[in-house]
Design a protein around this ligand. Structure first.
Ligand SMILES: CC(C)=CCC/C(C)=C/CC/C(C)=C/CC/C(C)=C/COP(=O)(O)OP(=O)(O)O
Length: 365
């Protein structure tokens, strides 16, 4: 776990540089580039250096009189992270809006790095991504932690890891999850699936705690709080997997445990055909039950967080948990119906989340 490995780095301000826009492949609706696929595939250390020099020159050229105020660039870096996060994480974005601004920015920077990492194997250029590209990404991660960011998004994270006691291990583990995802399209049993969920989402829980903060009055051990955070990541990912069965199998991936599918008598052919049979419904009920168990586990830890972080965490927990309710309402058709929590429902859960946050427990609300 991340709790022990605290890494402090000094952030070198002169490295705050904008990304090489032209090289970015994918653009979001807001025009924000997300990942530089060509660069990810082809860049070498020398090329990076060359790009960095070009960018530094660009900065000077753009702001000749201003003398390139690093603080402005840093703000821009965080703002861009916010834009990406708003575009991508519809469910979690709302929760981050409830945080203090400093924490919100840090969480955006962390989550955007996670999103970009995920995008390497899940995005439009995924077919070009090799284990070597992930090695390069990991090297770049090391540079971020040493205060040598490559682009603007990295710069925000570099600043964040210098501001909060974040360890590098969960970030590395997430890259390991991507390595796994490159090679693996089936999971034999829940143990294997759990490991995958840890890599791709449990790690996010571990990264979040140092930013959210543990309440000074909390009597719980660090392990308890980190376990709850890990459980929330696992619960979210299991929910995600249950929600996206149809979408994933169209990409040739089945994350559901093979042994459990076999015991339920469900064949791959039925999954590919999107058959919502009775046995599928029973199987789904059990998968949902397990995801809820992890949510329950996570709930126990929220009250241990700093007060200002409880509401946002409760909000995102309740929002994501509701996806499971929608799957039930959709009568377990997660092949062609996307379980979606509408805006009205989302906003309706905010007072409930607030109530839980101030009572410090889930009992009364
Ligand atoms: C409970 C305690 C003690 C702390 C909280 C620790 C936290 C914040 C844990 C949450 C970790 C987290 C946000 C994991 C992400 C997992 C996940 C499945 C993300 C899916 O992201 P998207 O697919 O982009 O989201 P959408 O469903 O909105 O599309």
């Amino acid at each position: 776990m991340a709790a022990g490995g605290v890494v402090w780095v000094t952030f070198p301000k002169q490295n705050l540089i904008p990304p090489p826009r032209k090289r970015f492949g994918r653009k979001l609706r807001t025009g924000v580039p997300l990942i530089s696929s060509t660069a990810e595939r082809a860049y070498s250390e020398e090329k990076v250096h060359e790009v960095v020099l070009k960018q530094a020159a660009w900065v000077k050229q753009q702001r000749p009189n201003e003398g390139c105020k690093d603080w402005d660039l840093l703000n821009e870096a965080y703002e861009r992270c916010g834009e990406v996060w708003a575009e991508y994480a519809k469910t979690f974005y709302l929760g981050t809006l409830l945080m203090t601004s400093e924490r919100r920015r840090a969480i955006w920077a962390i989550y955007v790095w996670c999103r970009r990492t995920d995008e390497l194997v899940d995005g439009p250029n995924a077919s070009h991504i090799t284990p070597r590209a992930l090695d390069t990404w990991e090297k770049r991660l090391g540079n971020i932690f040493q205060g040598r960011p490559y682009d603007l998004f990295d710069a925000a994270l570099s600043h964040t890891v210098s501001n909060y006691p974040l360890g590098i291990q969960p970030f590395k583990d997430m890259i390991e999850g991507m390595r796994l995802d490159l090679l693996k399209t089936r999971y034999n049993n829940f143990d294997e699936l759990y490991l995958y969920c840890y890599y791709v989402a449990g790690t996010v829980g571990l990264m979040s705690v140092p930013v959210m903060g543990i309440a000074s009055e909390s009597k719980a051990s660090n392990e308890t709080v980190y376990s709850a955070a890990l459980a929330l990541g696992i619960a979210n990912q299991l929910t995600n997997i249950i929600r996206d069965v149809g979408e994933d199998c169209r990409r040739g991936r089945i994350y559901l445990p093979q042994d459990e599918l076999a015991s339920a008598g469900i064949s791959e052919d039925e999954i590919f055909r999107g058959l919502v049979s009775n046995k599928w419904k029973i199987f789904m009920k059990n998968q949902i039950k397990r995801a809820r168990m992890y949510f329950d586990e996570a709930e126990k830890g929220v009250a241990e967080l700093e007060e200002a972080s409880r509401w946002p965490v409760w909000a995102s927990l309740l929002l994501y948990r509701q996806i499971l309710d929608v799957i039930e309402e959709n009568d377990y058709n997660n092949f062609t119906k996307r379980a979606y929590v509408g805006k009205a429902k989302k906003f309706a859960s905010l007072p409930l989340a607030y109530g839980r946050a101030i009572m410090g427990t889930s009992k009364f609300f």
